[in-house]
Design a protein around this ligand. Structure first.
Ligand SMILES: [Fe+2]
Ligand SMILES: [Fe+2]
Length: 217
């Protein structure tokens, strides 16, 4: 091939398609009347799904766990401020709301305790009581596996837009050490089991994509 031709072809294709992609996405976003993606709503829904399962499997108080799971991030509705110590803030909102709903004040305090303790990404020892550990694990399990991969992929487009498939693969690889630390922080039997399975899914997905990009199918 003529020297430098392929690089020029690539530049031309990427430049032209980028200009059209900007127009198409702008037009699409301008006429959207729903969120492009409701990360917090989707995350919390997943945490509740996992929490219900863990409560049944571990014998933790189902109602306490479910109420705590729904409200664990209530004072953090967006994607900003991740890592902010929002536990007490969320517990305060939950307390007011649940007492108004007529929930027994003792139960409300157990819910608030679990909410307050749900923050942080790693643990060396299990939380007490069991309900707090179950809510903590549910929140963290929602950050593992294909579930987490989809969340990161979609949210990641806001922070680092315009990735190609090599970039996406690289981002997934970069996430692995943090995810392994989360896996090592599970203390209930079902939590460990789910974490292990989700890590396997995540690693398999990386390996499959890697093979496709290397043309090794
Ligand atoms: Fe949180
Ligand atoms: Fe959360």
């Amino acid at each position: 091939m003529i020297e430098g031709l392929e690089a020029r072809l690539r530049a031309r294709v990427l430049q032209e398609s980028a200009a059209v992609a900007i127009d198409e996405w702008t037009e699409f976003l301008n006429r959207l009347d729903v969120p492009f993606f409701n990360y917090r709503g989707t995350h919390v829904t997943e945490v509740v799904r996992i929490a219900k399962y863990l409560a049944r499997e571990t014998g933790a108080d189902y109602d306490v766990v479910v109420m705590a799971a729904w409200f664990h991030d209530v004072a953090k509705p967006g994607t900003e401020g991740t890592g902010r110590p929002h536990g007490p803030e969320c517990a305060a909102v939950a307390r007011t709301y649940l007492l108004k709903e007529g929930v027994n004040p003792e139960v409300v305090e157990r819910v608030c305790d679990a909410i307050e303790k749900h923050v942080g990404y790693t643990r060396d020892a299990p939380l007490t009581p069991l309900e707090a550990q179950v809510v903590w694990e549910s929140d963290k399990l929602a950050k593992l596996g294909i579930t987490s991969m989809l969340f990161h992929l979609i949210n990641g487009l806001r922070y680092e837009p315009n990735p190609n498939l090599d970039d996406i693969l690289e981002r997934m690889r970069k996430g692995l050490p943090g995810l392994r630390k989360i896996e090592a922080s599970m203390f209930t039997e079902p939590g460990r089991r789910i974490a292990k399975a989700r890590m396997r899914s995540y690693e398999s997905f990386i390996a499959l994509l890697e093979n496709e990009l290397k043309m090794e199918q």
